[in-house]
Design a protein around this ligand. Sequence first.
Ligand code: AMP
Length: 217
Amino acid sequence: MQFQARLVTWNEIVDWCLKLRSHIVGSYHPDAIIGLSRGGLVPARLLSDYLWIKDLFSVKTEHWGITASKDGEAKITADPSLPIRGKNVLIVDDITDTGSSMKLAVDTIKKFQPASLKTSTMLHIEHSTYVPDYFATSVSAMEWTWFIFPWNIYEDVLNLTGKILHAPMHVRDLSDALKENFGLDINQRYLGELLQNFAKSGKVVSSGGMWGMPQGK
Ligand code: AMP
């Protein structure tokens, strides 16, 4: 096994965001939400609904380039006109893993002089150097998993496929290899549909019922 990965369902997303809602309501009253793009965008949108907050902004953070591989230092891009001065602000992300992205976001967003700032993530891995004020579920470092969120399936499944598809494979063998290498349960029919869509974007190639990576990838 290279590492553990699993598909997250939309129901889990809704459950985790409702759990966050119940932790936040009654303890913090944000005026504005900032979703960390891209992983925090959907949870931030759900919380803006669940907490009745219409001021929803986003700030872009980047840390993990290829699925489950860190891309050097965390980076951030924030619009200098972000209108949060004097506001109570809640930052939302999908997961704190190393914690570097959230820490960088907090340090950067503080410079915009909000009245108060709190942080929240759906998932929190216990080895993270930053602990969010609110999280729905904590995951022990021993149980570290790459969570494939519903908004990241194409990117993650393609990247995981690229890690094992060194020679052309049948979809059945690819599905078995994803299970062996990443513990990933993905049914063959769905994997086949994904591969066909990847092929239309030139990300994989097929020949005689076998799938491979394009030359030079
Ligand atoms: P980090 O800076 O390590 O706390 O993580 C930054 C971002 O990378 C997170 O907001 C996620 O979008 C993504 N990420 C990090 N670790 C994981 C993981 N274990 N599963 C899924 N996405 C992750």
